[in-house]
Design a protein around this ligand. Sequence first.
Ligand SMILES: Cc1cc2nc3c(=O)[nH]c(=O)nc-3n(C[C@H](O)[C@H](O)[C@H](O)COP(=O)(O)OP(=O)(O)OC[C@H]3O[C@@H](n4cnc5c(N)ncnc54)[C@H](O)[C@@H]3O)c2cc1C
Length: 548
Amino acid sequence: MSTLGDEVGAPGAKTSPTPDWEATADLVVVGSGVAGLTAALRARELGLSVLGVTKAAVSDSNTRWAQGGVAVVDAGTGDSVAGHVADTLAAGGGLCEEDVVRSIVAGGPAAVARLRARGTTFDRADDGTLARTREGGHSAFRVIHAGGDATGAEVQRALAADVGRKRVPVLERHIAVDTLRTSSGDVGGLLLLDPDGAACVVRARAVLLATGGFGQLYQATSNPEIATGDGLALALRAGAVAADLEFVQFHPTVLYTPGARGRCPLVTEAVRGEGAVLVDAGGARVMPGVHPLGDLAPRDVVSAAITRTMADAGADHVYLDASGIGGFARRFPTVHAACARVGVDPAREPIPVAPAAHFACGGVATSPEGRTGVRGLYAAGEIARTGLHGANRLASNSLLEGLVVGERAAEAVAMDLAAGELAPLTRATPGDAAVAPVANRGLLQRLMSRHAAIGRGASGLAVAASRIAAARRDRALDGHGVVEDAALTLLADVLLAVAAERTESRGCHVRADYPQRDDAGWQRSLRVRLDATGAPVVLTPALASGAA
Ligand SMILES: Cc1cc2nc3c(=O)[nH]c(=O)nc-3n(C[C@H](O)[C@H](O)[C@H](O)COP(=O)(O)OP(=O)(O)OC[C@H]3O[C@@H](n4cnc5c(N)ncnc54)[C@H](O)[C@@H]3O)c2cc1C
């Protein structure tokens, strides 16, 4: 899909070598996952002129790969918002913001109702109610799913179809490179590269980033190729504050194949929710005695336990025994197909699994309505750090966050426009971030996987930082690949800086040299921004309290 609607100032003829064309809109939404499409649809309903931009096809996103489902309370099943909040706080390792958690969790049922009204079909139980499964860290069966284990594909399909029906224009294969800024630093649009690398400008009263996470910073990840953190890098360069970036969640179970690199197929946590157990090569259970919830402990706990088991045995994977689950192929068709491709039959033999980079718990610091500290710049979905996830995301809370905050961010833009808070269209100009430091992607991934994964330590983090510093070169951001590599390079710098700063272990941040949680010193988020040279500066608590 690539439609330009009539209410957006459509690209005109080429007038100058750079940019090649300009468009205008009230709001430009970057990203076509759950958060971006939800925001674009809501903004359109509110009467804003919206332009969607996405660097691949509309169907390419993390959202499309989500398996387990959406965590959402149904009071009729005996579940409660208070229970979902308590589980989220317990998983988050003391760093969730409780009022934000309550607000997003409480917004879930209405957001899911609107998602269903937009055409999403969830699986039903035999009695006709929505089927609900349980995942790690959840004390209730509250995770709704679609197509068995293909929830994200259904959400993506339905939202994209609605965007098409409502004629919301989306520019496909256009990558956002930099923001346009006014003289006072407000954001007023975007510099893009089209599929051929030609520059184009979208002037907008507001920019909403919904560009997802950065799993591609690591060698093995559940994330698709688009997950390179571009929006987060762009927001940092625009002066936004980021927080909680040291908390990269490793999913405990991606399908292990020897030497696997890039996107690895996920084995959804719902498989453990329905009875599968983790075992080592000798068949001994991994989780008993580690956590009261056993195999359904929060992800950080399970990933760390698997990592310890692998280290003790000198192995690079463990196994998931799902042989007790009847009708596996029907209930988990996506996982079954991925296993079949590597010759594993989950009904008869344990599935080889290992942890892999999965989810960015931190991101651009925003309010629960998606406002950043930079006027005109909004963020929603995995890119944003609202305070919902703290040090470790509770399973299936991210589609929920994308739905709830995606809508609220569109409403915040409409409200800020009506209040005259946003810069007029004509004032913003492209910045000069056309050149940025770039290191080789393979080197970044190797260094981050070796030194900044589970069990990081001061010396390894320092080695990674100095090798990246030595390897990077300034390069013109004149193609899609180099824009992504520049983002990954910046995020590696920032992540290494905050991971070195936090001298404790908490949630997804597991330090080999500081294995204990230290509430007296570290029960707070680390906030970071870039200085005038583009280097990350970790904000002191006093400075951070004023940042969004
Ligand atoms: C395998 C897998 C399984 C998961 N399972 C679940 C689950 O069961 N439940 C759950 O809640 N969560 C799950 N998650 C996490 C969840 O899918 C994501 O956190 C969520 O979908 C993120 O949505 P988003 O809208 O923020 O971003 P994404 O869905 O990642 O979309 C980002 C969009 O931004 C675009 N983009 C990026 N950079 C640029 C740029 N520079 N210019 C233009 N466009 C750009 C991309 O092309 C894409 O369209 C899973 C994730 C994975 C990878």
